[in-house]
Design a protein around this ligand. Sequence first.
Ligand SMILES: Cc1cc2nc3c(=O)[nH]c(=O)nc-3n(C[C@H](O)[C@H](O)[C@H](O)COP(=O)(O)OP(=O)(O)OC[C@H]3O[C@@H](n4cnc5c(N)ncnc54)[C@H](O)[C@@H]3O)c2cc1C
Length: 387
Amino acid sequence: MAEGKKTFDVVVVGAGIVGTACAWECVRARLKVAVIDRGPVGGGATGSGMGRIAASDGSDAQFALTNYSQKIWRELAADLPDDIEYEERGTLWIAADEEQMAAARRKKDSFAKRRIASQILDPAQLAEAEPNLRPGLGGALLVPIDGMIYPPCAALYFLERATGRGAKFLSGAEVTAVAPGEVTLRDGSKIAAGIVVVAAGKQSSHFCDGVPLQPCTGHLAITDRYPKFIRHQIIETGCPKNADEPAGASVQLNVQPRTTGQILIGSSRQPGIDGPDVDHEILGRMLARAREFLPALGSLSVVRVWTGRRAATPDNLPLIGPSLASDKIWLATGHDESGVTTSAGTARLLVDQLLKRKPAIPFEPYLPSRFAGGAKSHEAKSEASHG
Ligand SMILES: Cc1cc2nc3c(=O)[nH]c(=O)nc-3n(C[C@H](O)[C@H](O)[C@H](O)COP(=O)(O)OP(=O)(O)OC[C@H]3O[C@@H](n4cnc5c(N)ncnc54)[C@H](O)[C@@H]3O)c2cc1C
């Protein structure tokens, strides 16, 4: 594909949910924008994730961005087309034993401090809420406002809104190099822009030295249609102990009812693992974990399994702002397990910084410059989910 030299205010590399949300927010700010992707829109992690929209209480900065983003999604909800499948079914953080129940209560306190409503369910209330869960569970925490979407359609929605107001989309175009104010495509053509925004998911580090990004593979499976088998997103509270698993790999019950009646079954994390192959050992563990809590899942048909690769940073926070290399190369990447949720807030924070507008939340925790002196250690995560 030969594109001559053109000038844009912003060129976005990557048409995943983060890149397209950024493009749409730039267009809303009357910037002249181009978006480039080598593959289909939402064909990266966006097309292989779960699409839960929720605030996370892993750290104050994680909460600020996820909560801000969730509020934006809730504002957008009324105007979203049906194919995005936005629904607020709530998250049920279930507890198998007293240790997990204590974790659920801590989560309730943490949400209460942050003004997120939630409710402890006792075993009888839990059984009524989700009759297919096995008997004998300790209870659950219900967070009613949590939502879910179908992420690739959301990426397409942002992109179409942007192109409908003048943005240019270069499809099937692979970026081979990024320089201050310019990208080079595989065919050798160059596109000039005031700012290049690298939103290339796990590939982003190819374009920016010093960016501490690591792929983290996750597996998902989806069943045939079994409407009402589950009613909420169900996640086990606290990560299971993984002492016998290979370096850092873990599985966690995380199941989601789709509007189609299908059940999305997750999830797993394999830090440092890249590549599309299904790891049958991890997949087997993940499905077994889900069956431990939902025994009747074992009699349902799974119609597809796949993997996706999140882009993880050492402190579990995304990279939003000027890169270490140049103030003309910006990053919008590293969203790990919550990029569907945080795409909305990322786009606003990015454009706020670009235009020097006052942001709704501080953007400093997400600046790439926090890694200028090398990567810091992981922040503590409390009762996290494997989104
Ligand atoms: C199993 C799993 C479950 C998840 N569940 C959830 C969840 O429930 N909730 C949630 O909020 N998040 C979830 N996530 C995370 C979420 O999916 C990601 O954080 C998010 O999709 C990242 O979007 P992105 O736009 O940054 O990256 P991507 O979607 O990966 O997009 C990057 C794009 O860049 C393009 N690109 C790369 N290199 C080039 C190049 N050289 N030239 C041109 N184009 C290029 C790619 O083709 C791709 O389209 C999950 C992820 C996984 C894997």
